[in-house]
Design a protein around this ligand. Structure first.
Ligand SMILES: NC(=O)c1ccc[n+]([C@@H]2O[C@H](COP(=O)([O-])OP(=O)(O)OC[C@H]3O[C@@H](n4cnc5c(N)ncnc54)[C@H](OP(=O)(O)O)[C@@H]3O)[C@@H](O)[C@H]2O)c1
Length: 242
């Protein structure tokens, strides 16, 4: 099968391209760096021409109030291009519990992306993943001051990007789900505890202070970002760290 992997140079996209090609498919990465722009529409018709499946793994350059416009415009442009070229399956990667955190602009933007896809003309699949292990450092950096990190105890179920890519490639190569598949890491941590585990693996150490008001995950209520009934990926956080 032929796949147009838009955002195919990113963390997940590049590994999805490798996995699909290794499985004998023809997957081509597209992104701004190869002259394809999901916002202006430049190069999109050419990128999706002849593809059976579009896998959209682009990401907004910011997580703020500008992010809904990114996902709305990019989805409108990609759906129009895909419909024009007769694409049979459209896959996106979203976030477990994304519709349960309307306080966050970025989560509202991803929920909007899902809604646009589901209401659109192309058979679709939505893969929802929990937070990537690769994302933990960025989360910690937002609330680091000197050698102290402030983090709330929000339950998080981190998943390795490698496992996410494998799951996305599998869904993309299958029949459209017409719905959502949740994938998650094998363990649930309180975010402050996850921070402590992370720092214990670093030579320069540091301290985590539990602070229910710190950072973007402070607004998350209960355990909406976890799903122990999801398809659980194999990689454990301590193994990924080492
Ligand atoms: N972080 C998490 O924990 C998490 C959890 C669940 C789901 N997700 C979702 O996973 C998806 C992929 O994330 P990622 O970390 O792999 O993203 P990433 O590494 O930031 O890659 C983003 C990709 O989008 C491309 N791109 C950005 N703007 C573009 C534009 N205007 N036109 C064309 N291409 C554009 C980039 O290409 P260039 O480099 O060429 O600009 C790059 O290939 C995102 O949609 C995110 O919401 C993330």
């Amino acid at each position: 099968m032929k796949f147009a992997v838009v955002g195919g140079t990113g963390l997940i996209g590049s590994q999805v391209v490798s996995d699909l090609n290794a499985a004998g498919h023809e997957a081509v990465p597209h992104s701004q760096s190869s002259g394809v722009d999901v916002i202006s529409g430049e190069g999109l018709d050419e990128a999706v021409a002849g593809a059976d499946v579009i896998v959209n793994l682009t990401n907004s350059p910011t997580f703020d109030e500008a992010s809904p416009a990114f996902f709305r415009v990019s989805m409108d442009n990609l759906l129009a291009a895909g419909q024009g070229s007769g694409v049979r399956h459209f896959v996106i990667l979203s976030i477990v519990g994304v519709d349960r955190v309307p306080e966050l602009d970025y989560y509202r933007a991803k929920a909007l992306q899902e809604d646009i896809l589901a209401a659109g003309p192309i058979p679709y699949s939505i893969v929802r993943a929990t937070q990537f292990m690769e994302f933990v450092d960025a989360v910690m950096s937002w609330t680091t001051d000197g050698d102290t990190v402030r983090l709330p105890a929000t339950p998080i179920q981190p998943i390795a990007a490698r496992d996410v890519a494998e799951a996305v490639a599998e869904v993309a190569a299958g029949a459209p789900l017409g719905g959502i598949r949740n994938i998650a890491g094998p363990e649930v941590f309180a975010l402050d505890e996850l921070g402590r585990v992370t720092l214990s693996h670093r030579a320069d150490g540091g301290t985590v202070v539990t602070d229910p008001t710190a950072g973007m995950f402070a607004v998350v209520k209960g355990d909406v970002l976890t799903d122990t009934d999801a398809r659980l990926a194999p990689t454990r956080y301590a193994d990924w760290l080492s």
